[in-house]
Write a protein that binds this ligand. Structure first.
Ligand code: TXA
Ligand code: MG
Length: 327
């Protein structure tokens, strides 16, 4: 399926007109969102959408999120089957939340991998919103990383992986949230969180009451097909758990240790994700630090210690477990 003959001279900049022209011509443009950078194409152009799968080396059975300029657009592409959708959308969109809804027939099968549902969200990043407001079509956009690697939170992360594969990266600084959107499904009576992300379960439940969390499906037909348990992985093996246990089970002379905050008395290179014991700060640093450690020559293992199970701590633990060899 892949043509590996890429020859773009990839540019990075803040030229909205150029981004507009390229997208309108069926080309890919990487765009900043408040969560992570996305690899965007005109969602109504099948050839353009196919380029996303090729550039990412992503299997086409793994559907894409539709990015729209406002919640008023939801009804163009999806059936709003439940009042709670509006309640959440009004509270949290634009923002790091994606709604999984029954799709309308105008959404391309290639975007949804042939499923009868569509994932849809309104990004909050001003650059993404400004671009969407210029366009007459929605954008299909997965995270702008190669399939299976860590999501990008800066334009240089995107460039590392997409150089020569796409013509343009729209600059938007480093992503505030730093972790992907929460995916909530309204396909069943009880809403289900399929992916922990930038909006916490507690925030959601405070608005619409109880939601459910499906059991981890261990790669077998996961409800969000991309939620394979091995994902976001650095190339240095990462292990998740309590430090003493990890040291015992997976010995290392020079480990990198990813943890929440504060001083730590342990051998190895330490990477606290927050100075202020702030989970938002930790989330925004997570992928950048994973990439940083991945470039460290002398580190042979990464120990990732559990984060507090509150607010964004769930999403951070989720990403670390998916990146790990032992969970
Ligand atoms: O924050 C985000 O959501 C970022 C930014 C760029 O918007 N996007 C992102 O896209 O994380 P991606 O493709 O890396 O992850 C989207 C996830 C995948 O796991 C995919 O399987 C799932 O959403 N998904 C998309 N459409 C779906 C559908 N119709 N049914 C089930 N899962 C779906
Ligand atoms: Mg992704």
């Amino acid at each position: 399926m892949l043509s590996e003959h890429y020859s773009y001279h990839t540019k990075v900049g803040a030229d909205f007109q150029l981004a507009f022209k390229l997208l309108s011509a069926g080309e890919l443009v990487a765009i900043p969102t408040e969560t992570v950078y996305g690899l965007a194409a005109n969602a109504t152009d099948e050839h353009a959408v196919l380029k996303i799968y090729e550039a990412k080396k992503r299997p086409t059975f793994n559907p894409l999120i539709l990015h729209v300029k406002s919640i008023d657009e939801f009804e163009k592409y999806a059936y709003i089957t439940d009042e709670r959708i509006w309640t959440l959308a009004t509270c949290f969109a634009p923002g790091p939340i994606t709604f999984l809804l029954p799709k309308k027939s105008n959404v391309l099968d290639l975007v949804t991998s042939g499923l009868s549902s569509v994932a849809i969200r309104v990004p909050a990043h001003p650059v993404a919103l400004e671009l969407l407001n210029m366009l007459s079509f929605p954008l299909a956009a997965p995270s702008a990383n190669t399939f299976g690697y860590i999501s990008p939170t800066t334009s240089s992360h995107v460039l590392e992986q997409m150089n020569c594969k796409i013509p343009y990266i729209l600059e938007g600084g480093s992503c505030d949230v730093g972790i992907e959107s929460t995916i909530i499904s309204f396909l069943n009576e009880v809403p289900e969180i399929l992916r922990f992300g930038g909006i916490s379960r507690a925030q959601i439940e405070s608005k619409i009451g109880t939601v459910s969390i499906p059991l981890q499906s261990n790669n077998i037909n996961p409800s969000a097909p991309g939620m394979l348990s091995s994902h976001y992985a650095p190339s240095i093996p990462l292990y998740f758990g309590e430090l003493e246990l990890l040291k015992h089970q997976f010995p290392s002379d020079n480990p990198a240790i990813i943890y929440f905050t504060g001083e730590m008395d342990a051998a190895g290179q330490k990477f606290p994700l927050s100075n202020q014991a702030d989970l938002n700060e930790a989330a925004s640093n997570l992928f950048r630090v994973m990439r940083l450690i991945d470039g460290e020559k002398h580190v042979d293992k990464i120990y990732a210690l559990p984060f507090p199970e509150v607010a964004l701590g769930f999403a951070i633990n989720d990403r670390l477990k998916r990146a790990s060899k032992n969970c």
